[in-house]
Ligand binder design. Structure first.
Ligand SMILES: Nc1ncnc2c1ncn2[C@@H]1O[C@H](COP(=O)(O)OP(=O)(O)O)[C@@H](O)[C@H]1O
Ligand SMILES: [Mg+2]
Length: 280
């Protein structure tokens, strides 16, 4: 599967306003489900300084994207192929923090986006863990993707921060389509309620469209899977959480043709370059 309109990979950025809402677990579990269905999938840990896909997949990268930023090697040199359950996953591990903390300089961001684009040519789906917040890093990766998943949980603080992430991505990059994932839903109505709340605020203030891509239940087995250092779709494939991840995956793939994020920036397009595109 690839981006059906263009033949290039489908790049999905997974972001959130608030941290700890379940982005990394969703990406890890979704990647397994995609591979099990035969989709060539690349995971990019762009949660600079706080990346933890290596922890979730229980591997120890020799090098990470920091080595690419410092010019020591190419992105292909840091690509890790990790056996996870019955599949192998290709992961670009997150740059470690350095004395500048987690914030990248604009030139470094361009290097990182270019590196992902280069390696990503060989894949059908690229999942990018942008990390949380509205700093330059997650915003850049959100803006560079075809689809943007905003993960929130049912707490009002999470919803407020999801709104802020949508607003900043719209204001800075002209993105006008987002896909909400409600995680840690307590009951079937929770997801729709949270979605309606977000839409009612967005409709008042922003010319953007928000779809509801999926609702993932609160499930104790997610925590147990993390402790076992396995994605939930590997440790507990029959759990309610894993089932919902597979439903979300199907919706993501089905709606591929008509659900582009419609921003002004397409850094991952072949031949495109992030320089000079109004990146922050
Ligand atoms: N659906 C869920 N049900 C129960 N616990 C969850 C669920 N999703 C995530 N968690 C818990 O939340 C923690 C944080 O999730 P994580 O994916 O690391 O968040 P983020 O990447 O957004 O910071 C996980 O370690 C797990 O214990
Ligand atoms: Mg995370």
């Amino acid at each position: 599967m690839s981006n059906s309109q263009t033949g290039r990979p489908l790049t999905v950025a997974v972001t959130s306003g608030k941290g700890g809402v379940g982005k990394s677990q969703l990406i890890a579990s979704l990647a397994v489900a995609l591979k099990q269905e035969g989709h060539r999938t690349l995971l990019v840990d762009a949660d600079i300084g706080c990346g933890n896909l290596d922890v979730l997949f229980n591997f120890r990268p020799e090098r990470d994207l920091r080595a690419v930023l410092s010019g020591e090697c190419s992105a292909r040199d840091v690509l890790c192929t990790v056996p996870v359950g019955d599949v192998e996953l290709d992961v670009l591990p997150a740059p470690a923090a350095n004395r500048h903390g987690s914030e990248l300089a604009p030139a470094e961001l361009i290097t990182m986006v270019d590196a992902v684009r280069e390696v990503g040519r060989d894949y059908a789906v690229i999942l990018v863990d942008t990390g949380a917040g509205v700093s330059r890093n997650p915003m850049m990766f959100g803006a560079a993707a075809d689809r943007i998943m905003v993960v929130a949980n049912p707490e009002p603080t999470s919803l407020r921060d999801a709104y802020t992430a949508v607003k900043v991505l719209h204001d800075a990059h002209g993105i006008n389509r987002f896909e909400l994932v409600v995680n840690m839903s307590q009951n079937p109505k929770d997801g729709k309620r949270v979605y309606r709340q977000l839409v009612s605020v967005v409709e008042q203030f922003l010319p953007v469209e928000v779809g509801l891509l999926g609702v993932l239940p609160a499930d104790d087995r997610v925590m147990r899977a993390v402790r076992a250092r396995q994605p939930t779709t590997v440790a507990y494939p029959q759990s309610a959480y894993s089932h919902s991840v597979r439903v979300l995956m199907r919706r993501l793939l089905e709606h591929n043709a008509d659900s582009q994020a419609s921003g002004q920036v397409r850094y991952f397009e072949p031949g495109a370059h992030a320089a000079g595109t109004g990146a922050p």
